[in-house]
Design a protein around this ligand. Structure first.
Ligand SMILES: [Zn+2]
Length: 474
């Protein structure tokens, strides 16, 4: 089969791109075959991958299911299953602006595919793949979401509106919760999805995205920017981490539930409908009411080298003074977060922890504004001339397991003994916890378990056993 694969590759791939395909993941078995899904006469064919890495090829093998169908872009990103679902319905020659993957639209591509599959040439990809597997899958059906978006994602220009989350209550029988959204689009190009207000008490990102929503000129961009500044609207209006309606934390609710509570429905809409449109995702958080951070951006290590490199490049572009790579932290959310959803879809995503304390600092707001601007430059949406150099080169550290966290062992009033940004050593005393209701009892001393830089500290003076008081980067 390898011979056939190479023969077809040579037949339909220009030599320079064939060379770049050797860079694809090693896990692709020998019996897969590269088949161009574009006509060699198509002007888009053989163009270098855009910053978004639009796929030009599909990998197909005999008898594969939709779940197995891999669409790998030229940087080797993981398949985007939602896109594949959408594209499986594409008519010949059609693609989506997201992926650039389309059904074979030339006799040559059809013939090459037919030769490999040993079947009659069929114009539609849909017929070349088996029905979806019954096993639970990361693919979410956007049609199951009950939310209704007022804006057209595919229209050029700037559109402001709301995603309607219907919520029938005593005071408003047919009412909806209006989640604001801005789409700015100009022609073909990559899509960046920017989210803030995932937690309603984290304000730096909301401020930056309000500015961007108002000022981003569609004439000056190439591609598309989707801005969701108040993702958990009810939590945002209440200035709370969780929604006052259902007490659900949006960033622990992914992939959500189309029939669940309001916050679960938002998570489902974001993962099924919004994220699959993205080539790059940034979810802007901060420490919120209970934590304060050194203004930071972060990525979760996925284990997919190409995706991790893409995320690292996004961090470098964003240019926060501090950056950390999370290798699976202690209580910081796992695959139930928005970035977990992006990982399921194979989309590079970064987050931020801009500052916190339930307020906005001038410094953190500057970091946020510069970061989203530079991310648009990185994506190729804004020209290079728009890049804003950060005043200091971004620093990178790692946040690993429990050894990088200090948790309250008792309840009481806690006294931090170090400052944010301070370098500490393993076994250094981190804090004392007092019990003023029994003032003659000696305080409890807490120590760091590893050396590192203090990235984050708890804000309120009262603490309960189990609260995170500090975490480090190393
Ligand atoms: Zn947050």
């Amino acid at each position: 089969m390898g011979t056939v694969s190479r023969a077809i590759s040579r037949a339909i791939l220009p030599s320079d791109l064939e060379a770049s395909l050797s860079d694809l993941p090693k896990v692709v078995p020998d019996d897969y075959v590269f088949i161009s899904v574009r006509d060699a006469g198509d002007p888009g064919y053989a163009q270098p991958s855009s910053a978004a890495g639009h796929a030009r090829y599909s990998l197909i093998r005999r008898g594969m299911t939709v779940g197995e169908f891999l669409a790998v872009d030229q940087r080797g990103n993981q398949p985007r299953r939602a896109d594949i679902t959408a594209n499986a319905k594409a008519k010949p020659g059609q693609g989506t602006p997201n992926l650039g993957l389309s059904a074979p639209d030339s006799d040559a591509a059809r013939a090459a595919r037919a030769e490999f599959l040993g079947t009659a040439a069929d114009p539609a990809i849909a017929t070349s793949v088996a029905p979806e597997p019954k096993a639970p899958s990361a693919m979410l059906d956007p049609k199951r979401s009950r939310l209704v978006c007022e804006v057209d994602f595919d229209k050029d220009g700037k559109q402001n509106g709301f995603v309607r989350l219907f919520h029938s209550v005593h005071a408003s029988a047919y009412g909806f919760i209006p989640i604001p959204i801005t789409v700015v689009k100009n022609g073909e190009g990559p899509t960046v999805v920017l989210v803030s207000g995932n937690h309603g008490d984290e304000y730096e990102g909301q401020v930056a995205l309000c500015d961007l929503s108002r000022t981003l000129d569609p004439e000056k961009i190439k591609g598309r920017v989707i801005i969701l500044p108040m993702a958990n609207f009810a939590a945002g209006m209440a200035g709370r981490r969780t929604s006052p309606i259902d007490e659900v934390n949006l960033n622990r609710a992914f992939p959500g539930d189309p029939d669940g509570t309001v916050t679960q429905q938002i998570a489902y809409w974001i993962e099924s409908t919004l994220l699959p449109k993205a080539d790059f995702v940034a979810d802007l958080h901060s420490g919120g009411s209970s934590l304060m951070y050194l203004p930071s951006a972060l990525m979760k290590k996925s284990g997919n080298t190409k995706r991790d490199e893409a995320q690292r490049a996004m961090l470098e572009a964003f240019g926060a003074p501090m950056n950390y790579i999370s290798t699976g932290g202690s209580g910081t959310g796992q695959d139930n977060t928005l970035s977990g959803g992006a990982e399921r879809l194979g989309i590079p995503a970064i987050g931020t922890e801009l500052a916190g304390s339930g307020t906005v600092t001038p410094h953190a707001a500057r970091v946020a504004r510069r970061g989203v601007n530079n991310l648009l430059v990185h994506a190729g949406i804004l020209p290079e001339t728009e890049r804003m150099e950060p005043p200091t080169p971004p620093k990178f550290v790692t946040v690993a397991g429990p050894e990088h966290f200090v948790y309250a062992s008792e309840s009481g009033v806690w006294e931090p003994l170090v400052e944010l940004g301070q370098t500490v050593t393993a076994d250094q005393v981190a804090a004392r916890i007092y019990t003023p209701e029994t003032p003659w009892r000696p305080p409890v001393y807490l120590r760091f378990q590893a050396e590192g830089i203090v990235l984050c500290k708890r804000v309120p003076g009262r603490t309960s056993r189990g609260d995170c008081l500090f975490h480090l980067g190393a």
